[in-house]
Design a protein around this ligand. Structure first.
Ligand code: PMV
Length: 348
């Protein structure tokens, strides 16, 4: 390859699953046990710049890692493992030395997982290098392979590459869906445009259960096979809901998915409760507010205690007022992050 020196910079957002990915097939290749679908976020993102320079010979991976401009040794093993995993798909990697400088727009240790945005941002930069080496590759190939590579870094990262709504995992509802990369769902109804996600930071502590451990708990789980079927059913329902703009039905599926994710963790061996008392307080307040006002606001959860409050853009004022008066008190140091649907990664 003929590139000696180059630099690239990409941002990639976090995403929030509506139908959750929880469990992978047992072949070590990051294949999901069930399909998932997510909203791409706009404000919570990782920005990663990469400088590449050609080395003398291609022995081993060689890279420096900076976090907010400062050397960050403890992230290196994760990146090393990622490069090893993708090497056979990117044979040019060992020809270069990489300087990777990365930062997040959301507060460090906010309890917001940065693996999806981080791995997606790195994958985009690697594809920019590939494109520099081989300018003939098409845009479709560029984005599909970026998502493919991101998946090998962190499963859900493949949903942070391109599009407002992204599905990952083969299913019969979404044409072109694949276990290997995310595909954009582009029939989103007006009612969901600019949908809001206000992330309430209930517990910013270290993750109690890493997602790797979590996915593994689905092996031999008593309810696994029914759960995987249910994800297919929910994808099918949700796709229609997103097309026709049925916010009331959206709420049912999304909240059920969040509670099911946590139910899977409570019923695995070993078992975990990842919600905190304040998580439940918030959920109950949301239900009460919704019942009293008819405002279509709902919640979803990640594998942790934080609550994502989802609602249409046209009720933003009332919901933010409700959050500020009734929910902020349950957040650690009163912290929350306002986000909304975004478009995916961007070249900077
Ligand atoms: O991408 P991972 O391996 O960190 O798994 C993410 C799992 C959940 O966030 C709980 C659900 C999802 O689909 O994003």
């Amino acid at each position: 390859s003929s590139i000696d020196k180059a630099s690239f910079s990409w941002s990639a957002p976090s995403n929030i699953a509506l139908v959750k990915y929880w469990g992978k097939k047992d072949n070590g290749e990051q294949i999901p046990a069930n399909p998932s679908i997510s909203f791409t976020l706009n404000n919570c993102k990782t920005i990663t710049s990469v400088e590449v320079s050609k080395k003398g010979e291609a022995q081993d991976f060689s890279f420096d890692l900076l976090f907010e401009g400062q050397p960050k040794e403890d992230f290196k093993p994760k990146i090393q493992k990622f490069l090893e995993r993708i090497e056979k798909f990117c044979p040019y990697l060992k020809e270069y030395h990489f300087t990777i400088d990365t930062k997040n727009t959301f507060p460090h240790s906010s309890g917001i997982a940065s693996s999806a945005s981080g791995m997606a941002a790195l994958a985009m930069n690697i594809m920019s290098l590939e494109k520099a080496i081989n300018p003939a590759i098409s845009d479709d190939y560029f984005y599909a392979k970026a998502s493919f590579l991101a998946r090998l870094g962190s499963g859900s990262a493949c949903r942070s590459v391109k599009g407002e709504v992204v599905a990952w995992g083969e299913n019969k509802t979404i044409e072109g869906s694949s276990d290997l990369f995310g595909v954009e769902f582009d029939l989103l109804h007006e009612n969901f445009k600019h949908f809001q996600d206000t992330i309430l930071l209930v517990d910013k502590g270290e993750k109690q259960v890493s997602s790797t451990v979590g996915h593994n708990l689905m092996h031999g789980h008593p309810y696994a096979s029914r759960r995987f079927e249910q994800a297919h059913e929910n994808i099918s329902l949700l796709v229609d809901i997103l097309k026709i703009g049925n916010v009331a039905e959206f709420i049912k599926i999304v909240e059920s998915e969040a509670l099911t994710l946590h139910a899977m963790m409570m019923t695995s061996m070993p078992y975990f409760i990842l919600m905190k008392p304040n998580t439940l307080e918030i959920i109950n307040k949301i239900w009460k507010f919704r019942a009293e006002t008819n405002i279509p606001v709902c919640f979803t959860l990640d594998a942790g205690a934080n609550v994502h409050v989802l609602y249409p853009n046209n009720v933003k004022e009332q919901v933010l007022q409700f959050i500020q008066s009734e929910l902020v008190g349950y957040c650690q140091n009163g912290q929350y992050i306002c986000d909304e649907i975004g478009n995916g990664s961007q070249l900077i």
